[in-house]
Design a protein around this ligand. Structure first.
Ligand code: OSB
Ligand code: MG
Length: 375
């Protein structure tokens, strides 16, 4: 049973601004959920951004919906095992990232109480997972300097050993950077692009020019609710289409696959409401023979640890956006994840296998709010 719940907010600057077609993030304002349950402590990281730009959720709204709508329902339920926590929050529409943070904290405590690692609970089959890296759009007024900056950044990641590079693209910054990266690093490099829904179906002929570069996939070219558009686009491209923003559930994944809107699926546990649903997305994809990979939301070690456990499941056959701590933060909240031969080690300890380091947390915490028990 859950006996205590606390919302912990921390501010962490990114090592470099992360620019996408929807905006730029220079630091994260992170909401952590800490619970005490079953005699153990559990942590969940909310991946909602500062503003509702990637999706409709944002961190302030997540804190509000947790306090006023999710937690009261969870506390009113009795056992607080993983299935019950998920079921208790189900009447609330949407707010997947808020739900995932609560569910993961409860799951972490539940697993720790029995000494089971999240990876084992999920059915992981690997001890380390191949790491890719998501490269933001450089800030620059002139295209040549933007591409030079991009090549420098990619060079650093390639030298570090990352197994796959993902370039963020948008109209006006697509063919030239992809061509430049291919020319510099060769045809063997695993390369993909992510548009964060910046295009329309009218851009199909332009996007088909990316076919020349043998990309692994193009991620979310069109708006999130445009499955038919993605299916129509897929008929005009050789590059496989991967969906990110469109997939909010295992049912969405099944629909997108059936419509041929997605040939590959990016799973983000925050976007689908937690690790139980992320596992169901994986299962749907495996049954359909569709590759899945684990996306990222610039998580600290808390969120990353759980993502790495998920990415160790058998259907995760492509490298994920599960990069090492130093790609994001100078000092991570947890023991840092370090790249070894292009992989991250799957945590082996109980639950998510990591906790915030008290001395780091003390440095970066901006607020702590006890929601339960109300004193
Ligand atoms: O679209 O995958 C995305 C980060 C924030 C919001 C959306 C996305 C991303 C990334 C970064 O691409 C992935 C990472 O955590 O490394
Ligand atoms: Mg994406």
């Amino acid at each position: 049973m859950i006996t205590a719940v606390e919302l912990v907010r921390v501010a962490l600057p990114l090592v470099r601004p992360f620019r996408t077609s929807f905006g730029v993030e220079e630091h994260r304002d992170i909401l952590l959920v800490r619970v005490e349950a079953f005699g153990s402590e559990g942590w969940g990281e909310c991946v909602a951004g500062l503003e509702p730009l990637y999706c409709s959720e944002y961190v302030e709204a997540a804190a509000h919906v947790i306090e006023h709508h999710l937690l009261p329902r969870v506390l009113a339920a009795g056992r607080h095992d993983p299935a019950e926590v998920e079921e208790a929050m189900a009447p609330v529409r949407g707010h997947a990232m808020a739900k995932a943070a609560v569910a993961t904290a409860a799951l972490d405590a539940w697993l720790r109480s029995s000494g089971q690692a999240l990876s084992e609970f999920l059915g992981a089959v690997r001890a380390e997972v191949a790491s890719g890296v998501s490269v933001g759009i450089p800030a620059s007024d002139r295209p040549e300097t933007a591409i030079a900056a991009l090549l420098d950044e990619v060079d650093g990641y390639v030298s570090a050993g990352y197994r796959r590079i993902k370039l963020k693209i948008q109209p006006g910054f697509d063919l030239a950077p992809v061509r430049a990266v291919r020319e510099r690093f060769g045809d063997e490099m695993l390369l993909q692009v992510d548009a964060n829904s910046a295009y329309s179906l009218a851009d199909a002929r332009h996007l088909a020019l990316l076919d020349a570069f043998d990309l692994l996939l193009i991620e979310q070219p069109l708006p999130e609710d445009d499955l038919l558009g993605h299916a129509a686009l897929a008929e005009q491209l050789r590059t496989p289409i991967c969906l990110d923003e469109s997939i909010h559930s295992a049912r969405d994944a099944a629909t997108a696959i059936a419509l041929k809107a997605a040939a590959i699926v990016n799973v983000k546990p925050g976007r689908v409401g937690g690790y139980l649903e992320a596992r169901r997305v994986h299962d749907v994809c495996v049954a359909a023979g569709v590759p899945v990979w684990c996306g990222g939301m610039l998580e600290t070690g808390i969120g990353r640890a759980a993502n790495v456990a998920l990415a160790a499941m058998p259907g995760f056959t492509l490298p994920g956006d599960t990069s090492a701590s130093d790609r994001y933060y100078r000092t991570d909240l947890t023991e840092p994840f370090v790249l070894r031969h292009g992989t991250l080690a799957v945590p082996v300890g109980p639950g998510i296998g990591v906790v915030p380091l008290p001395e780091v947390l003390a440095e970066v915490v901006t607020s702590r709010r006890v929601l339960h028990p109300r004193l």
